[in-house]
Design a protein around this ligand. Structure first.
Ligand code: SF4
Length: 346
């Protein structure tokens, strides 16, 4: 980031919860206008970064995240599987690349990885990178040595979500602390890996918790390069299987607020898109979302079929970002390209 950009008042790390609550509660047209203004200042609003997510080690997780069917502690959990073979991962990565993905994300249901597991994951990272894809993994908690090993293997992004506010966190997860989450984020940053970190809307949290999550994310020393905002997928047999549904406008407000607070970051629509209408998707893109997961499964929960995403993006006149555009947002000229606009109309 250049010195000039650091001085931009729209990139801040000193948000108060009251300010964030006020943003979320702005009249909808004003909130959307501010989000769009910033989105256009840093990104081409017609471009969407596309990632594919593969579960490389499913189920049997010792953690007790109340939303997750992979926890071994819930009434109904998905069947535990072993870590996938490297060659199988490579087959999936080639298919993802052929389908247009720019980033390949691999998730393992662990509290934290063991050394011999990291050997295999490092091999996967090296293999996926050799296909020309960006790599992201989510493996649970990492110490500084593990983070450095992943960096040395060429890892581009590490995903580790804060999920919710510090105050509400204990109602959702009891097997690790918020501070442990923050420590992993800091180890990953210190190793020079890009950070993917966001949360979930719809777990019974209130406005103050939603504001608290966004405030913590935006007040990190550097904004996460990717900010996934998930809409809870209510999975039967998990403690949140019967949680109250969140209305789409509330969700769009969180997307818009994330865009305003972290204007250089990719704001990703992650879990929960399967049941979202095309209109709700369109509003999320207008609010500044510019990244999605493609593929019919997100770890263990359903995701829209690829052809549905393709049709939707085409109907909206939007296209996938190419890798060079998928870097963190950079300040764009304030004046729109009028000539290109007129050419498009003629
Ligand atoms: S969210 Fe991750 S850490 Fe939590 S139970 Fe699921 S797999 Fe385990």
């Amino acid at each position: 980031m250049t010195a000039q950009k650091m001085t931009q008042p729209d990139v801040r790390h000193d948000w108060t919860r009251a300010e964030v609550e006020a943003l979320i509660n702005l009249p909808f047209p004003d909130l959307m206008f501010r989000a769009q203004e910033l989105h256009r200042r840093y990104f081409d609003p017609t471009k969407v970064q596309i990632s594919t997510l593969l579960s490389i080690k499913t189920g049997g997780c010792p953690e007790d995240c109340a939303y997750c069917p992979q926890s071994a502690r819930h009434e109904k959990s998905v069947k535990a599987e072993r870590l996938m073979a490297v060659e199988k991962v490579m087959t999936e990565a080639r298919a993802a690349k052929a389908a247009g993905a720019g980033r390949f994300c691999m998730g393992a249901a662990w509290r934290s990885p063991k050394d011999h597991d990291l050997d295999s994951v490092c091999e996967m990272i090296e293999g996926v990178k050799s296909l020309g894809l960006e790599t992201c993994v989510t493996l649970g908690m990492l110490d500084s040595v593990q983070s450095q090993r992943l960096k040395d293997a060429g890892l581009d992004y590490y995903n580790h979500n804060l999920d919710t506010s510090e105050e509400f966190y204990g109602s959702i997860i009891s097997t690790r602390t918020y501070q442990e989450r923050l420590d992993t984020l800091s180890n990953v940053r210190d190793a020079g890996i890009n950070v993917c970190c966001g949360g979930i809307v719809g777990m019974g949290e209130d406005l103050s918790d939603r504001a608290g999550l966004l405030m913590t994310l935006a007040n990190l020393p550097k904004h996460p390069e990717s900010v996934p905002i998930n809409l809870l997928v209510r999975v039967e047999g998990t403690p949140l299987g019967e949680a109250e549904a969140v209305d789409p406008i509330t969700f769009v407000r969180i997307i818009a607020t994330a865009r305003i607070m972290m204007p250089e970051s990719h704001v990703r629509l992650a879990a929960g898109r399967e049941n979202m209408t095309d209109e709700a998707h369109a509003l999320c893109f207008l609010a500044g979302a510019n990244s999605i997961f493609c593929g019919e499964k997100l770890l263990t929960t359903p995701n829209p079929a690829e052809h549905r995403d393709r049709q939707l993006l085409s109907a909206l006149g939007m296209t996938p970002m190419v890798q060079s555009e998928a870097e963190m947002g950079t300040l764009r000229p304030a004046v729109p390209d009028v000539a290109a606009y007129e050419a498009a109309l003629s």
